[in-house]
Ligand binder design. Sequence first.
Ligand SMILES: Nc1ncnc2c1ncn2[C@@H]1O[C@H](COP(=O)(O)OP(=O)(O)OP(=O)(O)O)[C@@H](O)[C@H]1O
Length: 949
Amino acid sequence: MDWKRSRVMENKTKRQLYERIETQMTGRSVRELDLELFCARSLAEKLDISRNLASQYLNELFYEGKLIKIGAHPTCFLARSALENDGFASVYDNAEDLWNQADQLQEKRSVFSDLIGGNGSLHYAIEQCKAAMNYPGSGLAVLLHGPTGSGKSLLAAKLYDYCVQRGLIGSEGRLITVNCAEYSDNPDFFLTSLFGYTKGAYTGAEKDSEGLLALADKGMLFLDEIHSLTPECQEKLFLFMDKGVYHRVGDNQKWLASTVRFVFATTENPDQALLKTLFRRIPIVIQIPALKERPLTEKRELIRYILETEQTKFKMSVRISESAYRLLEQHEFRHNIGELKNDIQVGMAGAYMKAIKNASPTLDLHISDLPSGLVRNPLRNPLMDQGSVSRLLPLGELLPRGGGESRYLLFYQAAMQNYERFQKHELSLDTFLATTTLQLEQYVDFLFFNNENFSSPQEEIVQSLLANINRPLNKKYGMPELSNNEIKILARYFTDLLQNEPISAVELRRRGRSISDFQETLKTVNPKLVSIANEILPLLQTGLNLPLGAFEEITTTLFFLYFNRGYQPAPIPVVIMAHGYSIASGIAELANQLLHQNIFTAIDMPVESHFETITNKLKQYLSEIRNCHEIIVMVDMGSLEGIQKYIDQTADLDIGIINNVTTKLALDVGAMIMEGDSLETILEQAKQRSLPNYVIIKNRVRPKAILTVCSSGIGIAGKIAALVENSFPKKMDLTVIPIAADTLQHRQASGIFDKYNVILILGTLNLKPQGIPFISIEDIINQSDSWALKEKLGMLMNDEELTVFTQNMVRNFSLDNLIDYLTILNPEKIIVYVEEILEQIQKRLEFTLSNNILIGLYLHISCLIERLIIDKRFVYYLNLEKFEAEHADFIAMIREVFGRVCRAYNVVIPTAEIGYLYNYIVQGKSVEKQVECVEESKSELMESVGFTE
Ligand SMILES: Nc1ncnc2c1ncn2[C@@H]1O[C@H](COP(=O)(O)OP(=O)(O)OP(=O)(O)O)[C@@H](O)[C@H]1O
């Protein structure tokens, strides 16, 4: 069967598997599902495919975001599309957690479901509120703190609904809302309103009157803008909260009681705006985020939600022009959702009038309908491209951009994970930088993939902005100007930021510490590049109206490092000039990259540009160049004479000019510069050496590398890389690089093969890149083909080292998995004991256990110890007496080799457990049930870390 056909078949099976899961779930809530039917084994049986294939597809579907995972023994998979609610997480430790979440989501749907951000940026706030409402008695008072228009009043109303729905407030309990700002100039009026008054309490009080406390009895009192109450009013309020009783104004004798739930709201810092006594009486302060702190998806949802709500009022179908939509999406509303809603309402009223006038059947909202303050300076906003003004989007098309996480977010996560591994000393600085740069490269590949030649109007704006700041940077820092290609890459990156969801404020806060450490680390690598990034970002931020933070600074610095701006200037710099938009920059970049030196600078000569402009650029470059008295200019065919005319008067600089520049010649020249040859020698040699077929450079400069790859994504490939690196028997002169399977498939697209001499690929998926040997991770662990292993790894290590390597792999693989299986024991510690036990057992029994059995035993013994520590349940062993009688030696041996660990953890191994160990070790495969069990747990293990057979 050819490759393509088998791929199609595989995809068909994968689709069937997914459909099977969906069908089995149809019409049932998660509580009604028999989860056993959703594990790899059961699904494989139904579809008549191998269990391993099923688990491979299940894991792929999981990483594609289509399935969620539950538990580990066995792992079950459910289709996200068939779940009764949005908002389920990707992984649950057990069915109980899943069910609890289902209940919570169900509950949320009833009250908080139309609260946008209820499962996102408001999730924690809602959870806190619910806890406060459910507190025994009449709940705890809460204070909602957030800027104006952020949704505090709406949340207060939802809390009331929630209490009613949960029966915390009965049918007689009302929601009374008071805007305290209305009383700020008249505290007495507030007190009479709150507590009520008796006849004659003040002039005009003609009869007794109940106050708000009485009206809100057994219900909820929402006091908005609480900071505007005078201290006296705050004090009185506090006294009531403290005692639960009050007097009406005008009657100091009679005590009245009221059971009220309090919700307060303020836009001010409560620490400063509230009386200490009152503030202390409000135990729960809940932060409501500003609109700009919420993820873009939520803002998009809000826009759509508001438009839809308004649409129902006008009874007309509504469309919005793309540019108006973009403007709403990008604009920073100081008064948050309230202002967004207001502006949309104003816009729709205007659009409605127009529709009526033109007898149009639809209400079309254009930029011109929106309030003028919003459209202040649309040209400053690069998203306001003219081409899109007229495109009208029906509301159904405004769905927030789905499709899981953006590639930038994935890059962010990968880079941060790398950094955290570097912090934990799992990666050296060099490996960390190399791996992160490769991930950046993969992100760049993605930015250019599919639309290599397409550039959007926004991108052109970004590009020209970058081109404008290029020269001052070069002047200030002496950094070679960014080439056209480099500008293009950066422009794509910033355009991607403009068009996609930024990393959420919450996430940035969560990793704030690591991000600033990351910046510090980059400063140690190249402080100059960090300051350059630091300098250009504010300019771009203003120019693009795009918030750029610490992580963007990191990424920009990484881009500079990637462009090879990090290296010391070469002793003899070379300027390449060639006709064409990016021919010269292409050659210069590649040569700099391959030589790992910043030798070449490019001056591109677009065909339409004037020769004089170009030579002026060269003159400028030559006049600015510092600390250097020799330079080489490489020009393309036919430019030699013209150039010569222009530069022969330049003083204090020897200039060599070479005609007919090619990449090969540039590399040649670069290599000689690095060797320290003189200008004359280089020119002379270049003339002679530049013959067809002359090969230098590549092999000499490319460092060796092993790639690790996994179909389940870069995350698992990273795990494999760590596993391999940690298992090397000695320090190896190579880099281990994790790589995503799809990058490997576009071999040309990624620069890995240019930069590294890839000697081996290790992983779970053989993509067969030409001529590079591949070893599967299972082959190493199972040692299933020792000849092949020797052949492929022989170039790196001798036989003895190979044995140590595979032993280490087995140990580290088991350790990786143990982390998922142990709850109380520290896997790193216990594995040392188990390693010793296994070594002893093999020595005493005088035979070598297979790696398969060893992995099983690492797991079994570690879990056995933990089991003995936490629950000392009796283990049943068939014919125990017979076993004791026949295998006394074995039992004694085991007790002896386990001695150290038993003493350390204060446990005793029951003989029945030794019986099982005996079966495991000595009888091996003949104990059918047991082997099945080992195989089972092994498959689960492989599955749980994303490895598939
Ligand atoms: N999460 C949300 N989902 C949908 N609509 C919302 C949400 N939050 C707020 N709104 C809407 O935004 C508008 C402003 O909200 P709200 O009045 O609750 O804000 P606020 O913080 O109380 O403002 P202020 O401080 O000015 O009183 C309201 O029309 C509300 O319905």
